[in-house]
Design a protein around this ligand. Sequence first.
Ligand SMILES: Nc1nc2c(c(=O)[nH]1)N[C@H]1C(S)=C(S)[C@@H](COP(=O)(O)O)O[C@H]1N2
Ligand SMILES: [Mo]
Length: 406
Amino acid sequence: MKRRDFVKKATLSWLASAVGAEIVFGAKLPEGYQPLALQDADPFKMFNKNKDMVVLNDQPWNMEAQAHLLDDDITPNANMFIRNNGLVPENIDVKNWTLTIDGESVVNKKTYTLADLKSKFEQHTYQLTIECGGNGRSEFNPPAKGNQWTVGAVHCASWTGVRLRDVLKDAGIKSNAVYIGFHAADLHLSRDPGKEPISRGCPMSKALQDETLLAFQMNGADIPFIHGYPLRLVAGGWPASVSGKWLNRISIRNKVHDGSKMTGDAYRVPCKPVAPGETVKDEDMCIIESMPVKSVITYPKSGAMIKEGTPLDIRGHAWAGELEVATMEYSIDFGSTWHTCELKKPANRLAWQHFNAKVEFPQKGYYEIWARAIDARGVAQPMLVPGWNPKGYLNNACHRIAVKVN
Ligand SMILES: Nc1nc2c(c(=O)[nH]1)N[C@H]1C(S)=C(S)[C@@H](COP(=O)(O)O)O[C@H]1N2
Ligand SMILES: [Mo]
């Protein structure tokens, strides 16, 4: 007799939680069959997202904001982009959730419950700019494969947790430690439990910073499921891929972490500039560390109509990886002349900075407002797309909006 494939227990409990009720004859569900209740799953409802968010992929879920959705000083969940490399964890058992610190360079391998983390270590809150390394990818030519992010794969939320440093020190860091690598509960797209969708990390110097947190809260509440509930690593200013969601293990490594998406083209760029489309040798690729200087105009929305004679108040945010933004400028003549914006100090290191300016237009007609930030070392955003690279990372070109004066 031909054996039918039935869904596994874990999948069943996940399906039950997703449809919001026990699936009474669940044991008879054929493998791979999606209950009707989930066939037209609405990601906006599922993840509490603003209806203006743009879905780039549904397997896995990837969704980006539009510039005007990023207007808040602190990004609310509704407007935060979602980037997944694999399938979201199927059953999260918060009561039994643990974080293990292990690796070649740990003194004592240790496992902590969430309660341990919350009670044993001091808690801190920071606003952190977290931008996907591939934000802006859609502008590269020749095009790069991957989610075609425009400008919306960045957010600055307020994260609360304990310092990674305090927990690593509690377990003990050997003197030969060079890197940390994270491991998480999401599943590889193949569903092969032996494969990790993503397991990245950072050098010890970044891991030990004050602002690098093991976070359990975002914007004053439990972290939303899709953003890493119940525990997430947050490393502001670095490619968001370092900020592991659904975190259950951190390895202290005696070498550069070699987990999934640490090698090849993933989150690496040519160490030296290359011609567009060029093939780059593996040894000439470097891991992305601090993100480059960048900004976004969040008001008005591109396409705004303005009455002649009324100055326009523009605003937005600027950030510069590990650095502060020193100056913020705008141009209405395609970059020929630049005017200074008012720029605020960051709420804390690694938080984005808010800018605003009053823009006057000489006459009726079509204009573009271009915005550029300049970091503390004097490096400015390029006006157009910077150095091509195989996977289309690090596009920090000036953000531009169109306005019409009538
Ligand atoms: N466990 C896990 N962590 C992850 C990812 C993932 O797929 N799995 N994606 C990374 C990438 S590439 C990005 S850009 C950010 C996205 O974070 P967000 O979905 O909260 O915006 O999470 C990072 N952390
Ligand atoms: Mo990313």
